[in-house]
Each structure stands twice: as C-alpha cells, then as structure tokens.
Design a binder for this molecule. Structure first.
Ligand code: XMP
Length: 514
C-alpha cells in the first residue's frame, strides 16, 4: 500500500463553510490538511496520526442541546490543538471555563486588543483588526490557560495553554479581513507544531504519480477529456505517471466554444503526445436536440448521447480497466451531505452502463481548485486551459434559450468569441470574473441597420463574480468594455441586432440561463 503522508493536519468540521476555508489556508502554508466530521473519535484520530488538530467554527451555540461536541479524549492525545470560533468556545466549555450566551455578539471587523503575545499571537500588534462572527463569548478561561487578547464583547478572544498544547481564538484567522490571520496559522503550524513546508505542487505531482502507478500497474486507462481544467489536469497527471497506457477521448458535440476543440487537440495530441481519440458527434447532438426547448430535456438528451458515444469509443480501446475522473476535494467532502433541492441536473461524465465496470482513477480527489490549477501549470498546461472559466457539461446548449440548431449554436459561439476576445484585451483582472459569456434568447426585436428594418435575436451578456458558483453577483463592468462588446456583436454576428446585460445576482437567478 502507498504510505500515507506523514504530515497532515485534521480539521474537525462543525458545520457551515468554515472548515473548507481553514483547510485551504493550512495548505497555503504548505501543510497538507484533511477535513473530517466532528464525530470522529479520539481513537480514530490517533490512527490517522495527524501532526495537529484544528476545531473549526460552526453555527451552533455550545450551550444548546444537540450542539456538536468532540470526543473529550482528544485533549489528552498530546497532539497540538487550535480552536477557532466555535472550536474556541468548545475548548473553554469542555475544559472547565465558561461560555455565556445572550451577551451582545460581534459580526464583521472588530478591534482585537492584545494583553500578552503568548505563542499563538506572537508577532501581532497590540491592536489589530479581526473578523468576528459570534453570539456567545468565552467569559471564563479553563484553569491553566493564559488570556492573550480580548475585544469589546469577547473577553476570551485568544487564549492558550502551551503546556497542554491547546490554543484558541474566537476570531476567524482564515478570513482575509483578519489582519494577522495568516500569522496565526504560521505560528501554529510552523512554530508551535513544527510542521515542514512540504505540500507543494511538486510534491503533489510526485505523490500522485506514485499512487497512480501503484493503482493501475500495467493496465490501460481511459479518460474523457472535456477541455475543462479538471479533466485536463487529471489527464496530464495520469499521463505523466503511465504514459502510453493512457487513452483520452474527446467528444466534439458541436456545442463547444470557439477554438475549444483545436486547443484540446493541439495541447494533448501535439504537445503532450497523448493517444487522443477525437469524435465529431455534432450531427448526432443536433438531431437529438431538434425541436426540443425544455431545459431539463436538453440536458438529459445531451447526457445520454454522451454516454452512448463514450461507451462505443471506449469499447474499442481493448482491455482498458480504469477510467479517470476529475473529482475534486470539495465534491468528496460534500457528496452525500447535500440536501438541497435539485435546480438543474448537471451533466458530467458518469452514469456509465453497468456492464462497463471501470475502476476509477481520481488523482484530484484531495485537491482544491486552486491547487489543481497550480499542478496544471507545473505540468506545462497552457494558461488557456489552466485559467479557463468553468464551462457547463452540456455546453452552449444551456446558453441557447429555445431550440438548439447548428445555426443558433453558430450565433452564440460567435458572440461568445467576441466576449472572450474583448475581455482578454481589457485590463480587467481575469481572476476577478468567474464567468463571462453570451446567451442567445428566443425572442426577436425590431432594429434599424443602415436604412433597413431588422427583426432579429438579442444576445444577453452575462458576467459574474463568484468564489464558488453557489452564489454570484453580476460584474460591474466598465461601460467602454460593454460598448465594445455590444457594437462588435451587432456588427459582426449575423442574426443579432441588440445586446442586453443581465444584472441579476444568484440567487435569485442562476448563472447559466438554463
Ligand atoms: P448555475 O447556472 O446552476 O451554475 O448557477 C453554477 C455553475 O455550474 C456550471 N454548470 C455546470 N457545470 N455541468 C457542469 O459541469 C453542468 O451541467 C453545468 N450546468 C451549470 C455553471 O457554468 C456555473 O459555473
């Protein structure tokens, strides 16, 4: 078996989104971190042998019935512990201090006043800004703990017991608004715990290569390439590990963006010399979609067609036993726990027929998106792929309201090309915009071009800022950029005589139109 990494920090998850951000911050300090449920027992923790434990924030009050607790034996494992927000209150409550409810809480930027640096607050100014989000406060420290800092409403804003290896902060060091947040992690990880900085793109790649080799041996592996970041990085990693044993399949649906098929072919076939089977299936897709206007029906047809083509192509690759999947760490953490209503049935690779029982190779299973990008760059993938905006599995079909035809796909692809070109030319920070694209509506309006009346489709421009696509805000784009995009689309794209800008956030809208 592959040896597990020796240096890992366990982040105990008490709910809300705090644990993921904490885990990412720890990794930004080049230390591997893993999120586990707060129900983990001390014995299970011992078996995982982490170098440190972080108790995350959470939405509950430690004083109410049903609030998540930890196995108290973790405090005696001899593994350093950092409690953050709810985690800090849990430490106080479990070890004989007091947490009071009903005082006035603090939300947002708050002044932290330091009385003692101790170990965890080493390097902080006597007064600094921290990000708070709490209703309860630690009003009495457990015996043996030193008070380090307070805020107006939180007596125990930072406290520690170095002899027990337990540290606690009420504020959120993982949030950028906490001025010395990064310093808190550095103090904890590198000074107190003594972790080395071995989690880097290079080490991720080395580690993945040996895992992949060990998993697949001499067998052959198939990968469905979509041209997106995840499948591209996964393919490049697997190729680095097993070379010619990897066979990639790229299905050109006719619903890709401008130049996409060419970039995939150039990058993977020419640059990486990967065995790439490219299938032009656009006729099949447009036949399936003829006359279909219902968004869910479109998604379903596209998903089914993909599976049929992939199945047929994969059967020709004799003896392949494994299938690469670009599953990321947030999918692993969240799968099974989501009870949200289904808004759209997402189409990704999956749902293959039962008799095609591939074993999965998931080289990105432990990685966050930013780590996937860093690995992709390190492997030599071009920026056009590594920094590509998310693009939905069903492609342009969900950006064509109404019937999807080859002609209408051409219109939206052309308009989208202009959007991409103008964004690339502008000096906007491309990382600030999550997605920017064109949507084709199924209404027409009257216009005047030259002296002629026109009656044509509008293009809807959509540009959003987001950090995870769960919520999004429409981007406040400069007027001159909007103007250039609008005039070019109307002048250059046949069948379009108007451009409108979508100024709706998510929620209540979604990012894509279908
Ligand atoms: P919505 O429209 O639901 O989209 O706000 C959220 C994010 O998901 C992308 N998206 C998809 N991604 N398969 C995917 O892999 C899909 O079927 C799909 N539909 C939407 C969308 O582009 C946005 O980033």
């Amino acid at each position: 078996m592959h040896q597990l990494r020796s240096s890992k920090v366990l982040v105990l998850d008490f709910g809300a989104q705090y644990a993921q951000l904490i885990a990412r911050r720890i990794r930004e300090h080049h230390v591997f971190s893993e999120i586990v449920s707060s129900e983990i027992t001390a014995q299970e923790i011992k078996e995982k042998a982490p170098i440190a434990i972080v108790l995350s924030g959470g939405p509950k009050s430690v004083n109410v019935d049903g609030a998540p607790r930890v196995d108290k034996a973790i405090y005696d494992l001899g593994i350093p512990i950092l409690g953050i927000c709810y985690g800090a209150q849990l430490i106080a409550s479990d070890l004989g201090g007091e947490v009071s409810s009903g005082l006035s809480g603090e939300y947002g930027k708050t002044e932290l006043v330091l009385s003692n640096h101790g170990q965890i607050c080493e390097g902080l100014r006597s007064s600094s800004t921290v990000w708070m989000s709490h209703f309860d406060s630690v009003t009495k420290l457990p015996d043996g703990f030193n008070l380090l800092a307070s805020t107006k409403e939180a007596y125990g804003a930072a406290f520690e017991s170095p002899s027990r290896g337990i540290y606690a902060v009420q504020f959120h060091p993982e949030v950028e608004h906490s001025e010395f947040g990064s310093k808190i992690f550095e103090n904890f990880l590198h000074v107190i715990v003594g972790a080395d900085s071995s989690w880097t793109s290079y080490s991720i790649i080395e580690d993945s290569i040996s895992r992949i080799k060990e998993q697949v041996g001499d067998e052959h592996v198939i990968c469905a390439l979509s041209g997106g970041v995840d499948s591209s990085v996964a393919a490049a990693l697997v190729h680095r590990a097993i070379g010619d044993q990897l066979h990639c399949v790229f299905v050109d649906t006719g619903l890709m963006r401008h130049g996409e098929a060419e970039i995939v072919e150039r990058t993977f076939r020419e640059q990486f010399e990967i065995d790439l089977i490219s299938v032009d299936a656009s006729d099949e897709y447009f036949n399936d979609l003829a006359g279909v206007t219902d968004p869910e029906r479109k998604r379903k047809l596209i998903g089914e067609r993909f599976i049929r083509i992939f199945e047929k192509t994969a059967r020709d690759i004799k003896g392949a036993k494994y299938l690469v999947q670009g599953t990321l760490y947030p999918d692993v953490i969240e799968s099974g726990t989501k009870s949200a209503a289904r808004i759209k049935s997402h189409h990704n690779v999956g749902g293959l027929p039962d008799d095609m029982d591939f074993e999965l190779v998931e080289p990105l299973r432990e990685l966050f998106k930013d780590e996937v990008r860093a690995v992709g760059s390190e492997l030599g993938l071009p920026d056009t792929i590594v920094w590509r905006q998310p693009f939905p599995g069903p492609g342009l079909a969900v950006r064509i309201v109404g019937e999807v035809t080859r002609e209408r796909a051409e219109i939206v692809r052309d308009a989208d090309r202009i959007v991409q070109e103008e964004f690339a030319k502008s000096d906007l920070d491309h990382r600030a915009i999550w997605q920017a694209f064109a949507v084709l509506a199924d209404i027409r309006s009257v216009g005047v071009m030259g002296d002629e009346r026109s009656y044509a489709y509008p293009i809807i421009l959509r540009a959003v800022e987001s950090s995870d696509a769960m919520t999004a805000d429409w981007a406040r784009l400069p007027y001159d950029l909007l103007e250039r995009i609008s005039s070019r689309i109307v002048a250059e794209v046949g069948g379009v005589n108007r451009v409108v800008y979508d100024i709706t956030s998510k929620p209540p809208a979604t990012i894509e139109w279908e």
